[in-house]
Design a protein around this ligand. Structure first.
Ligand code: BG6
Length: 461
C-alpha cells in the first residue's frame, strides 16, 4: 500500500488573515468604502480604519512570518483597493502597488501566497449603484476584478480562493449589504445572490485554468461538523441537512458544477425562484474548482426544538437548538475543542470527493488576552493547535490529501463579531477595542510552539 505515513516534506505550514480584519488604512491610497467599513462605522469596536495597521507594517509582519518559518500565508485582497467602487474604469494603482509589495515580500521569503479574492468586504459603490450581489451585474464586475488580479499577480500566486464562506453571506444577506424589510423578499435576494456568486466563481475557475493551468483555485468553505444531540434519526437528519446547506452546498457546486438536489428542494419548499437564464447550466459545468479551502473550527451539537434557531441560519434552517457539550473544553464564545472532529470531517470530504487536494484555510482558538510583561501565555491555543495538528496527521495517514494548514490567525485581528476582545493570533497586537495604543507586535507562546512544529515538520506533536 502507498499511504502517507506523515506530513509530506513539502507540506505548506501557514497562517491566515483577511484584508478588512488586519489592514486598516480603510480610506487611504484610493481604497473605496466596503460593507465591512460600513459595519465598522456603526459598531463601537469593529474599527477597520486602523485594524491592526497591517497596511503600514507589512515589512515587519512578513519578517515575523519568516522568523516563524511559515511556508504559506493566506490573506485576502480587498476588491475596493483595486476597484474603489467595485466597477471603476481603471484599477487603483496604489492598491495594486500595496499587494505587489506584499506578494513580493512573501516570495522573497519563500512564503507561498494563498490569496482570497473576496472575504466579506463588498465595495459599497456597487451596492449603492445596483444592489451588489443581489443583482446579476455583480457577476461581470467580480469577474473583471478577478481577471485583473489574476493577470497582475498570477505569475507569483499559485493558490487562489474565490469567495470566503459564501453560505454565510448568502444566509446573512446584510453581510453583503443586502437588505429588505420583507423577510421573504430578503431570503429571495439572499438566494439569488448565492446563485450569482456560484456563477461568478465558475467563470473565474474556468478563467484561472485557462490562464494558469498549473495553479489551484477553489472556494473557502465554512465547514461545520454537526452531531445530533441523541441517537434519534430526526436529530441526525437535521444536523446532516444543516451541514449540507451550510458546507456541502459550496463544495458540491464547486466540484460537481451543478446545484445539488437538496438545495433545489429547499428552494421549492420555500417558494424561492432563482434568476436562472439560458447558458447558466453550462457556465457551472464548465468552471470547476481543483481544490477545496476549508475553514474548520470545531464540532457542534444540535437538537430539534420548537422555539429556537441559530441566528445565522434563521430562515434557512429552523427549529433547531445548539446544545453545549460540557464534557469538552469550551471557549467563552461557545465553541468547543474537539480535534478528532477534524479527522472525522476530513474523512467525510475525502469520501465524497476522493483525493481532492485540501487546504485548511482557517482553524483557530479565540481568547480574551492581555500582555503579561511583554508575553502572552496562550496555553489553550497551544493545546488546540497541538490536538488539531495531531489529528491532521491521522487524516493524512487515512489517505486524505491535505496539502496545507493555515491556522486563524497569524496575528490578532478584528473578530467579525467581537472586535479585539476575541483574539485568535499567534502574534499579539497591542491595541484593544477602544484604544489604538502603540500597535506593537508580541509573539505569543503559541508562536514559538508553532515555530517548532514547522521546523520539525510536526515531530514535536
Ligand atoms: C470565519 C471568517 O467565519 O470565522 C473569519 O472567515 C472570522 O473572517 C472567523 O474572523 C471567526 O469568526 P469571528 O466572528 O470570531 O471573527
Amino acid at each position: 500500500f502507498h499511504l502517507k505515513e506523515d506530513f509530506p516534506q513539502d507540506f505548506l505550514w501557514g497562517a491566515s488573515t483577511s484584508a478588512f480584519q488586519v489592514e486598516g488604512a480603510a480610506n487611504e491610497d484610493g481604497k473605496g468604502l466596503t460593507v465591512a467599513d460600513l459595519r465598522s462605522q456603526k459598531s463601537k469596536y469593529l474599527d477597520t480604519s486602523v485594524g491592526v495597521d497591517h497596511y503600514h507594517h507589512i515589512e515587519e509582519d512578513v519578517a515575523l512570518m519568516a522568523k516563524l518559518g511559515l511556508k504559506s500565508y493566506r490573506f485576502s485582497i480587498s476588491w475596493a483597493r483595486i476597484f474603489p467602487n467595485g466597477n471603476d474604469q481603471e484599477p487603483n494603482q496604489k492598491g495594486i502597488a500595496f499587494y505587489n509589495k506584499l506578494i513580493n515580500l512573501l516570495v522573497e521569503n519563500k512564503i507561498e501566497p494563498i490569496v482570497t479574492l473576496f472575504h466579506f468586504d463588498c465595495p459599497v459603490g456597487i451596492i449603492k449603484e445596483y444592489g451588489g450581489w443581489s443583482n446579476r451585474q455583480a457577476i461581470s464586475d467580480y469577474y473583471r476584478y478577478a481577471k485583473t488580479v489574476l493577470e497582475l499577480f498570477g505569475d507569483r500566486v499559485k493558490y487562489w480562493l474565490t469567495i470566503n464562506e459564501q453560505s454565510l453571506i448568502a444566509n446573512v444577506p446584510a453581510m453583503n449589504g443586502i437588505t429588505d424589510s420583507d423577510k421573504h423578499q430578503l431570503r429571495q435576494k439572499g438566494e439569488n445572490s448565492n446563485y450569482y456568486m456560484f456563477l461568478a466563481q465558475a467563470k473565474v475557475y474556468a478563467l484561472c485554468h485557462k490562464l494558469y493551468p498549473e495553479s489551484k483555485i477553489g472556494p473557502a468553505v465554512s465547514y461545520m461538523t454537526n452531531f445530533p444531540y441523541d441517537h434519534t434519526s430526526a436529530n441526525a437528519l437535521k444536523s446532516k441537512s444543516m451541514e449540507d446547506m451550510i458546507s456541502f452546498i459550496d463544495m458540491d457546486v464547486a466540484l460537481r458544477g451543478e446545484l445539488p438536489s437538496y438545495y433545489k428542494r429547499y428552494l421549492l419548499d420555500s417558494n424561492i425562484e432563482l434568476d436562472v437564464q439560458d447558458g447558466d447550466e453550462q457556465i457551472l459545468q464548465n468552471g470547476k474548482a481543483n481544490f477545496l479551502g476549508l475553514n474548520w473550527y470545531s464540532t457542534s451539537v444540535f437538537k430539534l426544538s420548537q422555539e429556537q434557531s441559530p441566528k445565522m441560519l434563521d430562515g434557512v434552517i429552523s427549529n433547531v437548538e445548539k446544545v453545549r457539550d460540557d464534557r469538552l473544553m469550551n471557549s467563552e464564545w461557545d465553541f468547543s475543542y474537539d480535534p478528532v472532529g477534524l479527522r472525522f470531517a476530513l474523512q467525510k470530504v475525502n469520501d465524497r470527493y476522493p483525493n481532492i487536494p485540501i487546504i485548511i484555510t482557517e482553524c483557530g482558538w479565540p481568547e480574551r488576552e492581555e500582555l503579561e510583561e511583554g508575553k502572552v501565555h496562550d496555553t489553550k491555543r497551544i493545546k488546540y493547535l497541538n490536538g488539531h495538528i495531531y489529528e491532521l496527521r491521522e487524516a493524512i495517514k487515512d489517505g486524505v490529501n491535505v496539502i496545507s494548514f493555515n491556522p486563524w490567525s497569524f496575528l490578532d485581528l478584528l473578530s467579525v463579531n467581537d472586535g479585539m476582545d476575541k483574539r485568535y493570533g499567534l502574534v499579539f497586537v497591542n491595541r484593544d477595542n477602544y484604544a489604538e495604543k502603540d500597535l506593537v507586535r508580541y509573539p505569543k507562546d503559541s508562536y514559538y510552539f508553532y515555530q517548532k512544529v514547522i521546523a520539525t515538520n510536526a515531530q514535536n506533536v
